[in-house]
Design a protein around this ligand. Structure first.
Ligand code: BGC
Length: 750
């Protein structure tokens, strides 16, 4: 645990800004000479082989022939250390130049010990949680020989219909930048050379989260300014954090698939950000440019991806097949291939793979180590969001003698791990039912009656049994949500209500008159307004992973206090999406006193004057805003002060405020700083998150807290497509969510 602690002590924001140029400065001459020496000995086929990644198939013999020929630079999806070593031995000892392969896997939120899904980790607003989670994942997966993970996913996502929202950090550019950079730090450790370091692969570059209609793989239409202001910054932060590789995305943006997009791969990533690692395609995204209608055939796919700046292709096999021909024809320059191979070899050298190509099969297992489980539990605790808590029903107090545990997610060890879990085993998962029995079974009597077998279950036959159990209890704990398979890649939804008969279940429980505590486990924000109204409390968990059970048990029984905040806006109904707090204003912003559908008089005359931008049937507000989350205690913000409200562009804005714990429990508040650029050369978002911090306070304790924000961080891509701070007035809020706080104003002058 010492190692974890040391790592987690890094100041969260420091590396975001101090690692700029790291990639460029890292280019040590000795390494470049080594790369050039090796390159000069390689045949064209061997070079192209380095650019080829296959998915592990069949037995070792099947792959050995290709490896011997030098036709494979990387293998994904092999997790057996003995097989990994055997395959690597072929590369090292039987291929002509002995170039090591790099073994890859989607280790997204844990390898064996599963942490909350990234959206959950983002809810902690704690980069240390993300960093430690990634470190644990790296320690575990590197122990079987995996040295490259396809993570973090840092696609800003503003449409919860999109199943992959689960894999990222939500709707906000800044939060995603901070959490993504922390994950990279955790995966890659202090040096790529360390045998427990795993090369990170920020993905999907870029814009994938803006898939039209929230339907996976769909086109995006992101104008350059929006791309630069909202979707690119997390990837730039990733470059600054030293990410070793990048993955292109499946989507075409304004008609250009990312895998063939020279502007993002060459101009932005290489030239603007100075990235010197390598770029891999997404799974078959080179050949998928054929159905996109962007290339004619596989040969054209190889041509357009390599010329756009792709270095390695994942499983399409078009490079090996067609690059030799394309070079002969002069359509691809050999220097382009040389550069791609240089990028790949640079990372392999930096990772120490030439010196340490093999995994130590003898080392004692680190999988599911106790400190790993403890870290996963802490992450699940900090990720839980308390959305409602009427009359302080939570935490459960001594008067609660009997609890009814119901719902399909109470004991769903597979589903609570969430999406992208290839390696975690449900036999290691601790469910809420198991944990409450084990940890609190001596304090309360437990009646377990699930009511529904799984989230999509429509069979209502057993709901009456759950209601009968509820009737016998003092409090009902209803575990509802989504099975893991309902979110993640290719698992999008057009309806965000609870699936199956879960709404009926909650309604039946509420009818008993017993207080219902609804605990949700899901891969996205669901439209749970109706169920929340019927519940006394709602504790929302984005699939919390292996240790979700003990974490939730401790939260319900008050050993821990919730501190998570929504990393995405929760819509009231699906028709409101995309819905996000950092929207631009219309010329007729909602006033929040609009006439809603049921208040319109019959045969009212057509009118628009005085009306604003809102929905007749949903108004303007979300169910829960971004950054929102309650605690068992209460916090009061006061004395928000700006040190100087007249600033120059090179100044640092200093904002101090007092935060007091005015309740009865020790608790942690996530204080957030939002800024609005009031008038710009282009319209600007109504609020943008610029800083956040977690503050722990004892009951009655009061602290003065300061946020420092360089004015330079108010820069945006303006009308001339130049990133700059524009002089003028700014609004500022310090609050516990994106809708609260009183506005202060400051001025920036040239
Ligand atoms: C996904 C990527 C993933 C890759 C490899 C693709 O389908 O889009 O996120 O890393 O598969 O498994």
């Amino acid at each position: 645990m010492k190692k974890l602690k040391a790592l987690s002590a890094c100041l969260p924001f420091l590396f975001l800004f101090s690692c700029a140029q790291q990639q460029h400065d890292n280019k040590d001459k000795g390494l470049e000479t080594r790369i050039d020496n090796l390159l000069s000995q390689m045949t064209l086929e061997e070079k192209i082989g380095q650019m080829n990644q296959i998915s592990s198939f069949g037995n070792i013999e099947d792959m050995s022939g290709l490896i011997k020929k030098g036709e494979i630079g990387s293998i994904l999806n092999e997790t057996d250390p003995q097989k990994i070593n055997a395959l690597q031995r072929v590369a090292m000892e039987e291929s002509r130049l002995g170039i090591p392969m790099i073994f890859a896997r989607d280790v997204i939120h844990g390898f064996k010990t599963i942490f909350p899904i990234p959206l959950g980790q983002a809810a902690s607003f704690n980069p240390e949680i993300a960093e430690v989670g990634a470190r644990v994942a790296a320690i575990e997966c590197s122990s079987v020989g995996i040295r490259w993970t396809f993570a973090p996913m840092i696609d800003v996502a503003r449409d919860p219909r999109w199943g992959r929202m689960a894999e990222g950090c939500g709707e906000d550019t800044y939060l995603t930048s901070v959490m993504g950079a922390a994950m990279i730090k955790g995966f890659q450790g202090d040096s790529l050379n360390n045998p427990t370091s795993v090369a990170a692969c920020p993905k999907h570059f870029v814009g994938y989260g803006a898939a039209e209609g929230g339907r996976d793989y769909n086109s995006t239409f992101i104008p350059e300014r929006l791309l630069r202001n909202v979707y690119l910054p997390p990837f730039e932060a990733a470059a600054r954090a030293g990410a070793a590789t990048y993955m292109t995305s499946f989507n075409d943006n304004d008609g250009v698939p990312s895998t063939g997009n020279k502007f993002i791969l060459e101009d932005v990533l290489r030239k603007e950000w100075g990235f010197d690692g390598f770029v891999v395609t997404d799974w078959a995204s080179a050949s998928e440019m054929i159905p996109h209608g962007f290339v004619v055939d596989e040969k054209d796919a190889a041509l357009k991806s390599v010329n756009a700046g792709v270095d390695m292709e994942m499983v399409s096999y078009t490079f090996v097949k067609y690059l030799p021909e394309l070079i002969k024809e002069g359509k691809v320059k050999e220097s382009t291939i040389d550069n791609a191979v240089r990028n790949i070899l640079r990372i392999k050298f930096r990772m120490g793979l030439f010196e340490n190509p093999f995994v130590d099969e003898e080392q004692p297992s680190v999988l599911y180590d106790t400190p790993h489980l403890e870290a996963a539990k802490r992450a699940a605790i900090e990720s839980a969001i308390l959305l409602k808590n009427d009359k302080g029903i939570l935490p459960l107090n001594g008067n609660v003698k009997t609890v009814a545990i119901v719902g399909p997610l109470a004991d769903a060890p597979h589903d609570q791990m969430g999406t992208w879990v290839f390696d975690g085993e449900k036999s290691h998962t601790q469910t809420p039912l198991h944990a409450i029995r084990e940890m609190y079974g001596d304090k309360v009597q437990i009646i377990y009656e699930p009511g529904l077998a799984y989230s999509r279950d429509k069979n209502t036959a057993n709901i009456s049994k759950a209601a009968a159990a509820a009737a016998k209890a003092d409090v009902v704990l209803a575990f509802v949500g989504e099975e893991a398979i309902l979110s993640g890649e290719a698992h999008c939804l057009a309806d965000l209500n609870l699936v199956g008969a879960q709404s009926e279940l909650i309604a039946a429980l509420a009818k008993t008159g017993k207080p219902v505590v609804t605990v949700v486990m899901a891969g996205r924000p669901l439209t749970i307004g109706k169920e929340a109204e019927l519940s006394s409390a709602v504790l929302y968990n984005f699939h919390p992973g292996t240790m979700g059970g003990p974490a939730i048990a401790d939260l319900l029984f008050g050993k821990e206090v919730p501190s998570g905040k929504t990393p995405v806006t929760f819509p009231k109904m699906v028709g409101q999406v995309p819905m996000y707090y950092a929207h631009n204003n219309s010329g007729r912003p909602a006033q929040k006193n609009e006439t809603l559908i049921n208040d319109i008089p019959l045969e009212a005359g057509q009118t628009s004057l005085g009306n604003t931008s809102f929905y007749l049937d949903a108004g303007f507000d979300p169910l829960y805003p971004f950054g929102y989350g309650l605690s068992y205690t209460t916090f009061e913000y006061s004395d928000v002060k700006i040190a100087s409200s007249q600033l120059k562009k090179q100044d640092v804005l200093s904002i101090s405020f007092s935060l007091e714990n005015t309740g009865k429990y020790k608790g942690t508040e996530v204080a957030q700083l939002y800024v609005r650029d009031k008038v710009g050369s282009v319209t600007r978002p109504v609020k943008e998150l610029k800083r956040f911090t977690r503050i722990m306070l004892q009951p009655g304790e009061k602290k003065t807290v300061t946020f420092e924000l360089p004015v330079a961080e108010l820069a945006f891509w303006n009308i001339d497509m130049v990133k700059t701070v524009e002089a003028g007035d700014f609004g500022l809020w310090v609050a516990g969510d994106s809708q609260s706080g009183n506005e202060l104003v400051f001025k920036v002058t040239d």
